[in-house]
Design a protein around this ligand. Structure first.
Ligand code: NAD
Length: 366
């Protein structure tokens, strides 16, 4: 893949009132930012060795800031870990007016962001995103929180960071599985946005993802999220478009007892949303096939062996809990999605039946 726009070393997005920087290496901007906003009192980081290495370098460059490490992972995205983080912050002497820097993937941004939102009723927080999911999704938009025994992200709050730094170099060490998790959200963003972003992904899809021009892809994907969030901070309207594929995805995750990861479930959800849009006369088959081809080329699944009835039951019980009706975000075209769509149960069930079979006419070119 030709490295394009190599001269573009830094991208900055201010749509949400705080800067989101994307650079190959963000140290220069980060240090300049800290010079302006104050030396952090502590760095909170995922104890993963690659993330730690990034944190140690930054800590040193920022003037020997104490680094507090925590073993994370989804199973530790819990209140018990938040308490450990809060205790460690007290130990490091973090005060009400301190600035705290967090470093890591989506689990880190959710959990550290939440800890900093409640520590002494809130301290300023900036995040250095090291995973693709954190860069394009988790660290942006101000949703922080942790899981409860009953389900994911059930405890949390809205709280914006004061800045987000996306370090493209960090992606080099990111495991392939974690990479794919982020790709699902990027394909989703491209369906919402259409145009240049979708064309770019189609062009890049046959090439290994580590060779993609991330300095170009990341800012475009981030823009889709910031634009949707900017108009709808508390998720009462248009932010819902970001849930494209997610009504199905959440049900698939739950029906599989979380053995299907979120990214894979989103890919399956995107196919299901496309099928539902086809069946309700909204979407064109050629465009549906373009989406499926893209998902396949980046290594995401399109078919599930889960029982359709189990997925449907998970969808229903989710909705019963929230007392609402099943509503979908469906594509009308690549670049045009509609939210709040209600569909007949039998149509949804028919879509789920299809999900047990591979799609026709989709060829993986790789
Ligand atoms: N708040 C939101 O709006 C939002 C949106 C999307 C996802 N999320 C949350 O994000 C989480 C998933 O994020 P994730 O996929 O980043 O998970 P993660 O933070 O667990 O990171 C995935 C794995 O990669 C490792 N890792 C991170 N950066 C690395 C690097 N540069 N090199 C090598 N390894 C690295 C981590 O230690 C972990 O093992 C979920 O908990 C999800 O609920 C939140």
């Amino acid at each position: 893949v030709a490295k394009r726009k190599e001269d573009r070393a830094l991208e900055r997005n201010d749509d949400l009132g705080y800067p989101i920087f994307v650079a190959q290496n963000v140290r220069e901007e980060l240090l300049a930012f800290l010079r302006m906003r104050g030396r952090p009192s502590a760095i909170l980081c995922d104890a993963n060795r690659h993330v730690r290495a990034v944190a140690d370098e930054i800590a040193q460059a920022a003037g020997d800031v104490p680094v507090l490490r925590f073993t994370l992972g989804e199973s530790r995205k819990r209140l018990a870990t938040v308490e450990r983080v809060l205790d460690a912050m007290v130990g490091a002497g973090v005060e009400r007016n301190s600035l705290v820097l967090g470093i890591g993937g989506g689990v880190a941004s959710d959990l550290f962001g939440f800890a900093c939102a409640v520590y002494m009723r809130g301290v300023r927080y900036a995040h250095v995103a090291t995973s693709l999911v954190a860069m394009v999704d988790a660290a942006i938009g101000g949703k922080t929180g942790v899981d409860l025994r009953e389900g994911k992200n059930l405890a949390g709050c809205f709280r914006d960071p004061i800045a987000v730094f996306c370090e493209v170099d960090a992606l080099e060490t990111l495991p392939a599985e974690a990479f794919r998790e982020g790709l699902a959200e990027i394909v989703k963003a491209a369906i919402i946005e259409g145009g240049d972003l979708f064309d770019l992904l189609e062009e890049l899809a046959p090439h290994p993802v580590r060779q993609w021009p991330w300095l170009e892809v990341l800012p475009a994907a981030i823009k889709v999220k910031t634009m949707a969030v900017a108009d709808d901070r508390l998720e009462v309207g248009a932010r819902a478009t970001l849930n494209l594929g997610h009504t199905f995805a959440h049900a698939i995750e739950r029906a599989s007892n979380y053995s299907v990861t979120h990214g894979k479930a989103v890919a399956l959800g995107l196919r299901a949303a496309g099928l539902l849009a086809l069946r309700t006369g909204r979407f064109r088959r050629e465009e549906h096939l373009r989406v499926l081809t893209l998902l396949t080329l980046v290594g995401l699944p399109l078919q599930t062996s889960l029982a359709p009835a189990a997925i449907f039951a998970a969808m229903r019980s989710d909705k019963k809990k929230s007392g609402g009706r099943l509503r979908f975000v469906l594509p009308r075209a690549i670049g045009d999605v509609e939210y709040g769509v209600e569909c007949a149960d039998r149509t949804v069930r028919a879509v789920l039946e299809r999900m047990a079979h591979p799609p026709e006419n989709v060829r993986a070119r790789r």
